[in-house]
Design a protein around this ligand. Sequence first.
Ligand SMILES: Cc1cc2nc3c(=O)[nH]c(=O)nc-3n(C[C@H](O)[C@H](O)[C@H](O)COP(=O)(O)OP(=O)(O)OC[C@H]3O[C@@H](n4cnc5c(N)ncnc54)[C@H](O)[C@@H]3O)c2cc1C
Length: 385
Amino acid sequence: MIESELSKEIRSAMRDLCACYPSEYWRKIDAVRGYPDEFIDALTKAGWLAALIPEEYGGSGLGVLEASIILEEINRSGGNSGACHAQMYTMGTLLRHGSSAQKEKYLPKIASGELRLQSFGVTEPNSGTDTTKLQTTAVRKGDHYIVNGQKVWTSRVQHSDLMILLARTTPLKEVKKKTLGLSVFLVDLRKVSEDELTVRPIINLMNHETNEVFFDNLKIPADSLIGEENLGFKYILDGMNAERILIAAECIGDGRWFTERSTAYANERVVFDRPIGQNQGIQFPIAKAYINVEAADLMRFRAAQLFDEGKPCGKEANMAKMLAADASWEAANVAVQTHGGFGFAAEYDIERKFRETRLYQVAPISTNLILSYIGQHVLGMPRSF
Ligand SMILES: Cc1cc2nc3c(=O)[nH]c(=O)nc-3n(C[C@H](O)[C@H](O)[C@H](O)COP(=O)(O)OP(=O)(O)OC[C@H]3O[C@@H](n4cnc5c(N)ncnc54)[C@H](O)[C@@H]3O)c2cc1C
C-alpha cells in the first residue's frame, strides 16, 4: 500500500506526539488503573480526536483511512486507544442522524474537546450480543422520556459528558420486525442526578474504565432523541463499518508493536552463546506474525478506501477487523514466548499489551459474529440465529 502524503504526515506527527508518552507512562497508569489524562489532553489539543468531524463543525473532516492511522500509531507506540477512540467515532450517530440543531449545539464542542462524547450504552447483561432483545425502555411522557433499565460494559462513562443510548421505545411484541422499536438518545450526563443513574465500575483484565449502568426513572428531554423514534437500531448499525475499520487499525498498531519488540529482543538476548533469534524456533513465529499483520493491513486499507469513497464495505470492514484482531493476538502470543520469563514481567510491557489486545477477539464485536456475517451475508449460507 502506497501511502498518500497526508497519511505520511499524520503518521509522522502522531509518532512525535506519542514519543512524549513512552511505555513507562502507560505502565504507571496501568499499575494504578488510572486514566491517561495528559495523553488525552495532548491528543485533543492537537485536534486528532476531531479527525472525523466535518470542518464546518470545527473538526478536520478527514476520512476513516486517516483516522485509522491516528489510532494505529497510538497502539503502535505502546499506548492504548481504548481510552479515547470512542470520542473519535461515537459522534458519527449524531453527525449522520441528528437534527441540524443537535449538530450545531454539540459537534463544535465535541470537536474542541469541551464536551466528551465517548460513552456508548448498547450492551445489556440479559441480552448480550442479541441486541434487539435489550430490555432498557424509554417511555415518552409529554416533553420527556423516562428511561428504566440496565447496561453493562459501558466504557468511559466516568470520562464522558454525553452518552449515546439505545433503548426500546416500542415493546418487542408490538413491532413487525425485531429490529424496529429501538431508539437512540443523546443523554447529557451532566444533567443527570445520582438517583436516576448509578454507575458501578467493573474491574477487568486490563486497565479499561468500563461499568455497569443502572437507569432508575431517568428523565431526559424529548429532544434528546436522535433521528426518528423506533429506527435506532439501523442508526447504530450505520456506524459499525467505520468502527470495525478503526479497531482493525488499532490491532495492526498492536501487532506491529509486538513484532518490533519481539525482533529487538530476539536479536539482543543471548542464550547458548547466540542470539535467540538465530534459532528458527524463535525467528519463524515472529516472521509469521509479521506476515499476518501486513496482510491484515492491506484489508484495512481496502475497507477504509471503500468507506471513504462512499461504497459498500461491510464485507471488507468485517474481514479487516477479524484478520487484524487475529494477527495482533498471534503477535502477542509470540512476543510472550520470545521474551520467555520476561514476557510476564510488567517492566517489559508485553504482558500489559497482551492483556489489552486480547479484548479485540470479543469487543466491540466478537469473532464468531464476524464469521456468521460472512457465512450468511457474503457466502449465502443459512441464517443461524
Ligand atoms: C472491556 C469491554 C468494553 C466494552 N465496552 C462496551 C461499550 O462501551 N458499550 C457497549 O455497549 N458494549 C461494550 N462492550 C460489550 C461488548 O460489545 C460485548 O461484550 C460483546 O459484544 C459480546 O457480548 P456479551 O459479552 O454479552 O457476550 P454474549 O452475547 O453473552 O456471548 C458470549 C460468547 O458467545 C458467543 N456467541 C453468542 N451468540 C452466538 C452465536 N449465535 N453463534 C456463535 N457464537 C455466539 C459470542 O461471540 C461470545 O464469544 C464491552 C465489552 C468489554 C469486555
